[in-house]
Design a protein around this ligand. Structure first.
Ligand SMILES: NC(=O)c1ccc[n+]([C@@H]2O[C@H](COP(=O)([O-])OP(=O)(O)OC[C@H]3O[C@@H](n4cnc5c(N)ncnc54)[C@H](OP(=O)(O)O)[C@@H]3O)[C@@H](O)[C@H]2O)c1
Length: 286
């Protein structure tokens, strides 16, 4: 049954809160995923493009959690959208992840140089062969999502897109909902920048939470939405999953809606520039 902690759709149950793993690589990436599984995460998001599927397979093997208790998502990169390439890429992902199937297999980005029907046909073949429990897309705008629904021989279960308090996705979300397509919010913390926002911090005080938890709770309270924050540190991993014991009220939501104006965008843009500068200069953000 759909609840605040999971969504049921087309025979699958997706935990509302998953672990994003872009840039989690090597020993520290493996350790973060193992630690997340130990803290109770049961939804892991990866992609062939993240070059970390081996680490994730290793972490799952070490964590002592049953494979069937984990919702595992991977994505086929755009250079593998010809049917034979997509099948090969998915098989490689499965080998690296040390599993016979993924729970959700996505096209990572649109690539209009390959017919959509060809790639989605290949993904549907993998679904029929039991190598994926559901298939979907990522970064698809409404017209392309509409086309995907038409040409795909199997249901599109999910569209994974950038979505957070500072980014309006109203029309795309409404379209996805009207077709029973799950909306996975990536970059749900605005790459960490939302944890510094004064309005979110203020609302957090009221609930004895922090700003990141407000940003995540705002997402998972929405119909059909799940969130996949990436975190490396145990502190952040622990914090991000601890969002199921409070509720945002009407006043909080109104303040968040109001904060989503040009002010918030300017704030996020300047923080993002700051984060990118720090990353480029080799700093690790605390
Ligand atoms: N489909 C796509 O095209 C696509 C594109 C981008 C991302 N994604 C997926 O979405 C996932 C999440 O997005 P993202 O990695 O871009 O950004 P994000 O989750 O919005 O932000 C990650 C950043 O926030 C920091 N952070 C995590 N928890 C925090 C907390 N409680 N307080 C303060 N800072 C915190 C992390 O720091 P630490 O790591 O130091 O803990 C990291 O620097 C990705 O990892 C990936 O799986 C998909």
């Amino acid at each position: 049954m759909t609840s605040i902690t999971s969504i049921e759709t087309r025979g699958i149950s997706l935990p509302r809160l998953g672990l994003g793993t872009w840039r989690l690589q090597g020993d520290s990436g493996r350790a973060a995923v193992e630690s997340a599984l130990g803290l109770g995460y049961r939804h892991i998001d990866t992609a062939e493009m993240y070059a970390n599927e081996r680490e994730i397979g290793h972490a799952i093997a070490l964590a002592g959690v049953q494979r069937s208790d984990i919702f595992l998502v991977t994505k086929v990169w755009t250079n593998h959208f010809r049917a034979a390439d997509a099948r090969r890429a998915a098989e490689t992902s499965l080998r690296n992840l040390r599993t016979d199937y993924v729970d959700l297999l996505l096209m990572h980005f649109p690539n209009e140089s390959v017919p959509l029907a060809e790639t989605l046909g290949a993904l549907a073949g993998l679904l029929n062969a039991g190598k994926a429990r559901a298939i979907g897309v990522s970064n698809f705008p409404i017209p392309l999502l509409e086309k995907a629904i038409t040409v795909c021989p199997a249901p599109i279960a999910c569209n994974q897109v950038k979505f957070h308090v500072g980014r309006d996705q109203g029309p795309l979300l409404a379209f996805a909902r009207s077709h029973g397509i799950i909306f996975t919010a990536y970059s749900p913390l605005g790459l960490g920048s939302l944890s510094h926002h004064p309005v979110l911090k203020d609302i957090a005080c009221k609930h004895a939470k922090n700003a990141a938890q407000i940003a995540l709770r705002w997402l998972v309270e929405q119909d059909g939405v799940i969130a996949i924050p990436k975190a490396t540190t145990e502190r952040n991993l622990r914090t991000n999953i601890d969002i199921f014991d409070f509720v945002l009220d009407g006043e909080d939501r109104a303040r968040l809606d109001k904060a989503r104006g040009p002010g918030l965008f300017a704030h996020l843009a300047s923080l993002r520039r700051f984060i990118v500068r720090r990353q480029l200069s080799g700093f690790v953000l605390a």
